[in-house]
Design a protein around this ligand. Structure first.
Ligand SMILES: [Zn+2]
Length: 716
């Protein structure tokens, strides 16, 4: 930060801004870089660009053409959101210095034609966490390992899955002060991947591409990514793959694609944090997604020969990649601006096959409704209210209902989040195992939040208000009287679900204490806690934890001592709540009379990589109390249960017995494997109990409708 401040002071091409504070209270900063003349007229360019972002304000097509002609390409570069991808901490330094000092014609052309917003770190807290760990372990057996904690306080690596839910302050700052003010045409997101494949990935992405993204943006992604790859190859860089590994399905990573911009993801091969690695050619992966790192192909034209790979290599690939992107953005300035204008024009006119609008009834759970409308609003969506009652497809709606007309600049953002996903059935070969999506397959917010949103196919015959600002309603404290003592297990092999659970507890004011391995292993847990929650984590990770190369107290996991202590806690009258994969651990460690019917079932025989299922609840039971009898469950690689002894185990929630009714949104193969199986089970043991979840009730801070299942489990 001191460097960037000094650079801004020394250069008339660089301005330094603090946008706000991070989760842990550090400054969250951005630089704006352009020619001195452009920086003096920033307000003019911002307004000019905003007129292209919402072309409804143009009176003539000539005015629109002039705005394109007079504008600058707005580029946003975000780096090091993932803090162990440490090249991304340094690349912004090298890039900013070059742009501030270089006198070449190419750099002048960039500065004249581009306004660059550079976020040197999308997660500054993580830079500190990783740098401290790296320096502390340098020269020890743990050198180059990931730190024994999440590098984002709440979300860890999931921090780049927050670009529609906007749960974290870092996401909010970038969306509120950069995206929604500057409306970039090009966003470059700098990442790193594993060390054994290509040296660099650039778009085009793999299929599937999420169907609501304007096709012209995908053309732009394809052209710009390929152009950068060509440029870097011409500099002699090898091992560049395009159209591999990464698909473009989830909006969780791609705010840009719904706001008129292209997302250029770059993924450079990693070292061991900042320490070099040696990778002989024959240790490169023999088969990667979409290419072979040892073989030349159309999308991997010049393989890397293997050898030493250093932080300098990483920073060089990243810096040259970003520079190539900026050169393209400068040379093709008018083309990018006119693409931006075309995309927004089409959005405002509407796509013929889309519904006319979504109608969201106003009388629904107020906290969930406030969350949904807040997301749409933050995403730039115009929300209106019906001024009279009206009928859509035979259904009556009251005056005051919320209406999202899908003829507005960011209609695709609203439609994507409000509709049901039908993820394409993709196989590795015909009839073969499924092809894994890069992330999850569903993002239908009304389902996740327990709300109704109806598509209206034809124009509505009702007067509408102007755009409104929805009322923000804070979550209410959940555990009012007789608050139990809750322990939340926190593995040093950091689990993102643990972080999300903490976020939900902090946001909904659930008091808890974090529990590390040594505390669990010491036993006497019932004296300290009434309830212990095990977040989603595999049995292996829970038991073994981090490997012995980590210093004490970080290696070793729960071990047999920890398992025994948890069993004793339950026998003594405690409640153990196990989420998703942790349920498999609980079944094994406590010898519960419950069987996971998916244990050892291969992907060919059952597959649901992050989907929304229909869930049937026993609402007479305390855990299901207050929920609808039929709700949803976020299914992601979890177990499905069969009760072996119904005298001690009882089913609280089940997947529907009709396989065709299991899936609500996303993708599932062979739903008959889980149809009729238990999703939530309560098992008595001694004077205590274990509650097993075969779902993620607090998935990434989004599945608000199933939070009460978790909260109810905490009550005595
Ligand atoms: Zn990354």
């Amino acid at each position: 930060m001191r460097y960037f401040e000094a650079l801004a002071k020394a250069s008339d091409r660089v301005d330094y801004r603090e946008l706000g504070k991070t989760t842990l209270g550090a400054p969250f900063i951005a630089l704006v870089i352009s020619s001195p003349q452009n920086l003096k007229r920033l307000d003019y360019y911002r307004l000019n660009n905003a007129s292209l972002a919402d072309p409804r304000g143009f009176r003539t097509s000539r005015a629109a053409r002039e705005a394109v002609h007079n504008g600058k390409t707005i580029v946003l570069i975000t780096s090091s959101i993932h803090s162990t991808e440490v090249g991304g901490h340094l690349t912004p330094v090298a890039l900013a210095y070059r742009l501030a000092t270089d006198t070449s014609a190419a750099t002048r052309e960039i500065l004249d034609n581009v306004i660059l917003w550079l976020v040197p770190s999308q997660n500054p807290d993580g830079v500190t966490i990783v740098a401290r760990w790296y320096n502390r372990t340098l020269g020890t057996s743990a050198e180059g390992t990931s730190p024994p904690e999440l590098y984002h306080h709440y979300t860890g690596h999931d921090n780049n899955r927050d670009w529609y839910a906007f749960t974290q302050v870092e996401t909010q700052l970038t969306v509120d002060s950069l995206y929604n003010v500057w409306h970039p045409q090009i966003v470059h997101d700098i990442h790193q991947m594993g060390s054994q494949g290509a040296r660099l990935f650039l778009p085009p992405y793999l299929d599937p591409v999420e169907p609501n993204i304007d096709p012209l943006l995908i053309d732009g992604v394809n052209a710009l990514g390929s152009d950068m790859a060509w440029d870097l190859a011409a500099q002699g860089k090898t091992g560049i793959s395009i159209n591999s590994t990464y698909d473009a399905w989830t909006p969780a990573r791609a705010y840009q694609h719904y706001h008129g911009a292209v997302r250029i993801l770059s993924e450079t091969a990693s070292g061991d944090l900042a320490s070099p690695v040696d990778i002989p050619f024959d240790r490169l992966e023999a088969r990667a997604r979409g290419y072979n790192p040892r073989e030349r192909s159309w999308n991997f034209t010049n393989p890397w020969r293997g050898g030493r790979w250093t932080i300098r290599d990483i920073v060089s690939y990243q810096t040259e990649g970003a520079y190539a992107l900026l050169e393209h953005a400068a040379k093709q300035r008018e083309r990018w601006l006119s693409t931006f204008l075309t995309v927004e024009w089409r959005a405002v006119r509407g796509w013929r096959e889309w519904p006319y609008a979504y109608v969201i009834p106003a009388r629904q759970d107020s906290v969930a409704l406030s969350a949904l409308l807040g997301i749409l609003r933050r995403g730039g969506v115009e929300i209106r209210r019906a001024l009279q009652s009206f009928t859509v497809q035979g259904q009556r709606h009251a005056a005051g209902s919320y209406v999202i007309v899908l003829r507005q600049p960011y209609a695709s953002f609203a439609k994507t989040l409000l509709e049901v996903q039908r993820y394409p059935d993709r196989r590795q070969y015909p009839g073969g195992p499924p092809e894994r999506p890069y992330d999850v397959t569903a993002h239908t917010l009304p389902l996740l939040m327990g709300l109704t949103a109806l598509a209206a196919n034809d124009s509505l015959r009702v007067p509408l208000s102007g755009p409104i600002v929805p009322r923000a309603i804070a979550p209410v404290p959940r555990l009012d009287d007789d608050t139990p003592r809750v322990g939340l297990y926190k593995s040093y092999d950091a689990s993102m679900d643990e972080g999300w659970t903490r976020w939900v507890f902090d946001t909904w004011k659930v008091p808890y204490t974090s529990l590390v391995d040594s505390v669990v292993r010491n036993g006497k847990l019932k004296e300290q806690f009434d309830v212990i929650v095990l977040p989603d984590q595999s049995p292996q990770e829970l038991l073994k934890g981090l490997p012995p190369r980590y210093p004490a107290p970080y290696s070793g996991g729960l071990g047999s001592e920890g398992s025994e202590a948890l069993r004793q806690f339950v026998v003594d009258g405690g409640t153990l709540v196990a989420l998703n994969e942790a349920s498999r651990f609980a079944i094994q460690a406590l010898l519960l009379p419950v069987r996971n019917v998916l244990e050892a079932v291969g992907d060919e025989d059952f597959y649901a990589p992050g989907s929304i299922f229909r869930l049937e609840l026993d609402t007479a039971n305390d855990i299901g109390r207050g929920l609808p009898r039929e709700t949803i469950g976020w299914f992601q690689g979890g177990p499905a249960f069969e009760v072996l002894d119904s005298s001690v185990a009882r089913v609280i929630g089940r997947w529907p017995s009709d396989p065709d009714r299991v899936l609500l949104s996303g993708w599932v193969l062979h739903p008959e494997r889980v149809a009729g199986k238990a999703a939530i089970v309560e098992v008595q043991q001694g004077t205590g109990r274990v509650i097993l979840f075969g779902l993620r009730p607090q998935y990434r801070g989004q599945s608000i409708v199933t939070y009460p299942l978790l909260f109810n489990s905490l009550k005595n």
